[in-house]
Design a binder for this molecule. Structure first.
Ligand SMILES: NC(=O)c1ccc[n+]([C@@H]2O[C@H](COP(=O)([O-])OP(=O)(O)OC[C@H]3O[C@@H](n4cnc5c(N)ncnc54)[C@H](O)[C@@H]3O)[C@@H](O)[C@H]2O)c1
Length: 269
């Protein structure tokens, strides 16, 4: 059984690796045996969790610059990965942006939400995933295939509940960006496109959609959010380790085009 979940001898790529969830994917894949390329924006400030994971993994992780909105940057990163670690057979499209309540900048009413904010979210979350998949998937298709895992969100399936945020102070009510769920829903559907397109090349493509992950959210948010979760808690980093290794490894060898929701049952009722 441990062989089924092993990534020994494989090269994995994680985009947006230096934030909150990136290190969870990096560490889980490395612990399953992969050598991991950790891609993030040039100059991205690594989170303390990423720093700790990188220190523990040593030369099993390699940090490489990559802006997922730039085709040239992605091609350069893919060439670096192939030239140093070898062609990747696991890709985790994790890079993404959101606008949490503590984002800089004022709040807006829905009618005046800047369309450029909407565009930028689609640019990173959806088009970024598309371009990275084009480049790394093309390499994979010529090298025996692999597994692509796109990170979605529970908001790919359901709309955010504004009540979660109505206790927050501010110059206007906080509105969770509509582009966030729209871009993630696009990712779920696009995963199905690539799953069918590349099935014959031995590439599986799935979406892993986490629910809210514990990361210092305020108590009122947590209590309103967890009241909506059948399992009555937010996700912990450890909840994500099994699902990512399952999708990356041969344990899921006949699973493609699927969305694996890791959200404690949030979307089940
Ligand atoms: N944290 C959660 O609770 C949660 C829940 C569901 C889904 N997600 C998804 O998980 C993924 C990671 O989220 P997170 O919480 O770690 O966010 P985060 O903001 O902590 O990290 C995102 C990382 O992506 C990088 N990034 C941003 N723009 C980029 C670009 N153009 N090119 C390359 N890298 C870029 C950032 O530098 C950062 O390191 C996102 O796709 C997010 O939508 C997160």
């Amino acid at each position: 059984m441990s062989e089924l979940f092993s990534l020994s001898g494989r090269v994995a790529v994680v985009t947006g690796a230096c934030g909150k969830l990136g290190p969870i994917w990096v560490e889980s894949l490395a612990d399953a045996g992969a050598r991991v390329a950790a891609l993030d924006l040039p100059g991205a400030r690594p989170s303390p969790v990423y720093e700790a994971v990188a220190a523990r993994l040593g030369d099993r992780v390699m940090r490489i610059d990559c802006d997922v909105t730039s085709r040239a940057s992605i091609e350069q990163a893919a060439a670096t990965v192939a030239g140093t670690l070898g062609v990747a057979s696991v890709l985790v499209n994790n890079a993404g942006i959101d606008q949490p309540p503590d984002s800089p900048g004022g709040r807006h009413q829905i009618a005046t939400l800047p369309v450029d904010d909407f565009r930028r979210m689609v640019e990173v979350n959806l088009i970024g995933t598309f371009q990275v998949t084009q480049v790394f998937g093309d390499q994979m298709s010529g090298h025996g295939g692999g597994s692509i895992i796109n990170i979605g969100s529970l908001y790919a399936s359901v709309s955010p509940d504004a009540h979660f945020y109505d206790h927050l102070a501010g110059n206007a009510p906080f509105i969770k960006a509509p582009a966030y769920g729209a871009s993630k829903a696009g990712v779920v559907n696009m995963s199905k496109f690539f799953a069918t397109h590349w099935a014959s090349a031995g590439i599986r493509v799935n979406t892993l959609s986490p629910g809210g992950v514990l990361a210092g959210q305020d108590e009122q948010f947590k209590s309103k959010y967890t009241a909506r979760v059948p399992m009555r808690r937010m996700a912990e980093p450890a909840d994500l380790r099994g699902p990512i290794v399952f999708l990356a490894s041969d344990a899921s060898r006949y699973v493609t085009g699927q969305e694996l929701r890791v959200e404690g049952g949030f979307t089940a009722w």
